[in-house]
Design a protein around this ligand. Structure first.
Ligand SMILES: *[C@@H]1O[C@H](CO)[C@@H](O)[C@H](O)[C@H]1NC(C)=O
Ligand SMILES: *[C@@H]1O[C@H](CO)[C@@H](O)[C@H](O)[C@H]1NC(C)=O
Ligand SMILES: *[C@@H]1O[C@H](CO)[C@@H](O)[C@H](O)[C@H]1NC(C)=O
Length: 978
């Protein structure tokens, strides 16, 4: 009896309880069937199905075990009578695996649904054994292999979905016998071969979807017999030929997609009458000829009509019954005859209250844009009229179409003013009116289009200036105005203040004046064309901050001066055209290392000196230097004279500060490199920007601080100038000795701009860093303890430590320095004046932020941070330092055992110390690196002690000097045996 049978089948399982058993028994589940296997066959088939699943992140299969009857397993349904599996439904269960051939043993199966999983390998041919199968759903997996031809044995199959997989091979012709098949969907696979003519026998077929495969051949004539067909999607294959004439008589059809194949022929003139249910008609990108049948308007259910990219000719018929139209595209045909009535069909669309896309571009339409365009539904989003011969004004009623996002009217013959009503179209993202005959000013109302992404107004006859309101279009990425009659200066209001396009083309106008310095704010600019205007003056050095630039054209203007040395940062340039200007000076050698440069045009300028020979200069067809009389050298193709080198005359300091000599810009002014004739050496001149409040005070502070102090580790002031310049403005400058190795910050954090072209940035060695650390500490010790009145520097940081040609550190920038007696006075009279000094974020001690008075302890804090930065290579402002973690805490936490994790890795790789000879001996090296590690622990310990939070607990700077000296002595003793 059932009980015995069941127990004999049940595997030893502790979880199979008597309780479960009774439940099962009560529901009468123990009936068996002898037809087509039995319930045990099903159980084993399911277990094998489970075994082929390799990933089951949702745990669907966890219920598939013998603690419950398989009919209760998730996704399994059984027939009541036989307890045999009739449905296996595992739709969207994130399963990964292959499909077990044993499903072929589920002989009662009606429906197999594995949609939206990641099944791979082939469709098992054993499925052909499932004679009762009605529904087979396999779409959206990664199934490969072919469609098994023995599926034709599943005579009751009605739905077959295997779309969006990796199926290959041909569609089996035998499937044409499936007389009950209603849907056959295999789109988005890689099937080849033809559509079998036998499919004309699928008398129940309602839907055929084979788009996006590689099917060839033609549409079988037999398809005219598919009288129940509704959906017919064949597009994006390699079909050719014609549509069988009988096909156009299948009145049930709602969707035809035969786009993007190579079908030819005419559309039957009665198409709208024979296909009255048509909703979607896609025949774009084929070779249809003839006219659009007038009857199309009778297919009043049409939502989508896409006839684009064919060879239709003639007049577009009235569309007045097509009230449901959402997409209407007849782009890229040969419609219209260039005459006045061409666009009258647009008026017939005014009842299409859901129209979103209206695309009539690239035809022969002429005449005016009719005023009825304003009666078109305000749902209209895309309006494509470009590449026609449409003339006259844009009617003001276009302002009714308030949902427009994209207007393409380019390459027509529109004239008159650009209507300012366009400023009402708040959703507009793309506006292209280029290549027309528009006149007048650019309406300032366009500034209201705050969603605008791209604006093209080039090749018209526009005049006046760029309205400053356009700066409100902050999302603008492309702004093109080339070849108009625009004039006036390019105001800094427009350029670089708020919007930051990647693509700006102002070429071929009459813009004049100098290029505003704010151009440097165009941080995203990739393509900048200001050619063929009347711009003059020097290239603003700020342009060097536009580091995304790939295309820069300034040809045919009146620019002068030299190419700023800061241009070295524009390493992404592919196209640089400076031709036909008055540029002078040498051709920058760094251009040799611009790896992406493909075109360099410097012709017709006054460049002089030698032409470099590497990089782009090797390619005679990519470069042009014509019309520069004083060039020499270069590769032989250029046929330039040989260079004769002579020592140029020393220049006088003329107080003419050009951007080539700019070596730095700080808060209170700019620093230039110059030559002081009477001293016969190079100097650095800091010109204070007196427009900046605080600059006078800073000048005074610096003069006073430096007047009486002198130390080998402080930068030397040669003289100070205080006068009135030739425009009657106050002029203040400080002249320092010039230190040729730049500042410590550049050495610690090299950027492409700070090292010479093609030179690998040299990292500071361990010993160099230690020496510089001693230099800075010595300078502070002097300021704090050995001046008549102690001086607090207030801005110790790497960029204020300059290095001379022997890499000796010199503390500079006394713009914030204070005498200690001033501070005491200040704080007793006016507390806020001392708090006003903030120094630099990251280096300022915490107590300054809390309004505490300035003190020498503040400098020690900054020094401690500088020391930690020098040996970890991390800036205190690095992104990793957020919330509660700072550089001090990080180093403190790793001392001493784990410092290897945080020290600048280049220090650990160091084998040889510059300037010190060591034996090339492994042991020595090992000792050396161990030694360095010990020294690092000591040095970082000093840095941590200097940067503790409580001011009075910080190490005295004199002790720092002593300790660092002793570390250095110790280190040297290991290397050279003193
Ligand atoms: C399988 O069918 C037999 C009868 O043929 C029945 O005795 C047995 O209990 C059934 N087992 C299950 C697990 O349904
Ligand atoms: C295809 O299946 C994936 C899961 O594998 C699912 O995320 C995606 O939405 C499915 N695509 C469709 C069109 O159903
Ligand atoms: C196919 O379906 C018909 C009608 O539902 C049914 O009578 C017939 O038994 C089915 N054939 C198979 C093999 O199950």
């Amino acid at each position: 009896m059932g009980l015995c049978l069941h127990l004999s089948f049940a595997p030893p399982s502790s979880s199979f309880s008597m309780h479960t058993f009774i439940l099962l028994w009560c529901f009468g589940l123990f009936l068996t069937s002898v037809v087509g296997g039995n319930n045990e066959t099903d159980r084993l088939a399911l277990l094998d199905f489970k075994a082929k699943i390799s990933k089951d992140p949702l745990g669907v299969m966890s219920s598939w075990n013998d603690s419950i009857h398989f009919c209760q397993w998730k996704g399994v349904s059984c027939g009541h009578r036989h307890q045999r599996v009739i449905v296996l439904d595992l739709d969207s269960q994130k399963l990964v695996g292959s499909i077990s051939p044993n499903v072929g043993n589920l002989s009662f199966l009606l429906k197999l649904n594995l949609l939206n999983n990641s099944f791979y390998n082939e469709i098992p041919p054993e499925i052909g054994q499932l004679h009762r199968l009605e529904v087979l759903l396999l779409s959206n997996n990664t199934i490969s292999g072919t469609i098994p031809s023995n599926l034709s044995s599943c005579a009751n199959l009605t739905l077959f979905h295997a779309a969006v997989n990796n199926l290959v091979g041909e569609i089996p012709s035998k499937l044409g016998t499936l007389s009950k098949l209603r849907i056959f969907a295999i789109h988005k696979n890689s099937l080849t071969g033809i559509i079998p003519p036998s499919f004309g026998n699928l008398s129940s077929l309602e839907g055929l979807s084979v788009v996006y495969n590689n099917l060839g051949g033609s549409i079988p004539d037999s398809f005219g017999q598919l009288t129940k067909l509704k959906i017919f999607s064949l597009g994006s294959n390699r079909l050719s030929g014609t549509i069988p004439p009988l096909f156009f008589n299948i009145s049930s059809i709602t969707k035809i997609d035969v786009g993007v194949i190579q079908i030819q022929g005419y559309l039957p003139s009665d198409i709208g009458i024979t296909l009255p249910n048509l909703e979607t008609f896609f025949i774009s990108r084929n070779r249809f000829t003839g006219s659009i049948p007038m009857s199309i308007s009778n297919a009043s259910n049409l939502h989508m009509l896409n006839l684009a990219s064919n060879k239709f000719t003639g007049k577009v018929p009235s569309l007045e019954k097509l009230n449901r139209m959402r997409l209407f595209s007849i782009s890229e045909n040969q419609l219209g005859n260039g005459g006045g009535n061409d666009l009258s069909f647009l008026c017939s669309l005014s009842n299409a209250t859901n129209l979103r896309d209206l695309e009539i571009n690239t035809n022969n339409f002429g005449g005016k844009l009719p005023k009825c365009i304003g009666n078109i539904s305000s749902t209209l989003t895309f309006l494509y009229l470009n590449n026609n011969k449409i003339s006259g004004n844009i009617p003001n009623v276009i302002g009714n179409l308030i949902n427009l996002e994209d207007i393409e009217m380019w390459n027509n013959a529109f004239s008159g003013n650009i209507p300012s009503i366009l400023g009402n179209l708040q959703k507009l993202q793309y506006l292209d009116l280029s290549q027309n005959n528009f006149i007048g000013n650019i309406p300032s109302s366009l500034g209201n289009l705050t969603n605008l992404l791209e604006l093209y107004l080039g090749d018209n006859n526009l005049q006046g200036s760029i309205p400053s309101s356009l700066s409100q279009c902050q999302k603008l990425t492309t702004f093109h105005l080339p070849r108009n009659n625009l004039s006036d200066i390019i105001s800094s209001q427009v350029i670089g203040l708020s919007f930051s396009p990647n693509n700006l083309d102002l070429s071929g106008n009459q813009f004049t004046g100098v290029l505003p310095m704010e151009i440097g704010n165009l941080k995203n600019i990739e393509h900048l064309d200001i050619s063929e205007n009347m711009l003059f003056g020097e290239i603003p050095a700020s342009l060097a901050s536009c580091v995304e630039l790939e295309f820069l054209a300034m040809r045919r203007n009146f620019f002068q001066g030299v190419v700023p040395s800061t241009f070295e940062s524009l390493r992404g340039l592919e196209h640089l055209d400076l031709s036909n200007n008055n540029f002078s000076g040498k051709i920058p050698k760094y251009l040799e290392s611009f790896d992406f440069l493909q075109l360099l045009n410097l012709s017709y300028n006054h460049f002089e000196g030698d032409v470099p020979t590497n990089g782009v200069f090797k390619n005679a067809s990519a470069t042009s230097f014509k019309g520069n009389d004083e060039l020499c050298g270069g590769i032989p193709n250029f046929q330039l004279p040989k260079c004769k080198y002579k020592i140029s005359k020393k220049r006088m300091l003329t107080l003419r500060f050009s951007s080539t000599n700019l070596i730095g810009v700080g808060c209170f002014g700019s620093v230039y490199k110059g030559i002081l004739d009477q001293y016969e050496h190079t100097v650095a001149i800091k010109v204070l920007n007196l427009g900046c409040c605080g600059a006078f005070k800073s000048f005074k502070a610096e003069c006073e601080a430096l007047r009486n102090i002198k130390h080998r580790n402080l930068v030397k002031v040669i003289t100070a100038c205080s006068s009135i310049d030739n425009q009657g403005h106050d002029f203040r400058a400080l002249v320092y000795e010039f230190l040729e190795n730049g500042n410590l910050d550049e050495w610690l954090h090299p950027t492409p701009r700070t090292y010479k072209a093609l030179e690998i940035p040299r990292k500071l060695s361990f010993l160099e860093r230690l020496n510089i650390a001693i230099d800075v500490a010595s300078a502070l010790d002097y300021l704090h303890h050995h001046c008549q009145t102690p001086i607090v520097h207030c801005d110790i940081k790497p960029s204020n430590v300059l290095l001379d040609n022997e890499m000796v550190g010199h503390v500079s920038d006394f713009g914030l320095a204070r005498f200690l007696h001033d501070i005491i006075q200040d704080s007793s009279t006016n507390q806020s004046s001392s708090i006003g000094v903030r120094g630099t974020i990251g280096y300022t001690p915490p107590e300054y932020g809390m309004g505490n008075e300035l003190s020498i302890y503040g400098d020690i804090y900054s020094y401690g941070i500088l020391l930690l930065e020098m040996f970890t290579g991390k800036r205190p402002t690095d992104n990793i330092f957020q919330d509660n973690l700072n550089l001090h805490d990080l180093v403190k936490a790793t001392l001493p055992e784990r410092i290897i994790d945080i020290v600048d890795p280049t220090l650990l790789r160091e084998r040889h110390e510059r300037g010190i000879s060591i034996n090339d001996n492994c042991n020595e090296d090992l000792n050396g690196s161990l030694k360095i590690q010990e020294c690092l622990i000591l040095i970082l310990g000093i840095g941590v002690a200097c940067s503790t939070e409580i001011p009075r607990e910080r190490t005295n700077i004199s002790s720092v000097v002593v300790e660092l000296h002793s570390i250095r002595q110790n280190l040297l003793r290991t290397y050279i045996h003193i």
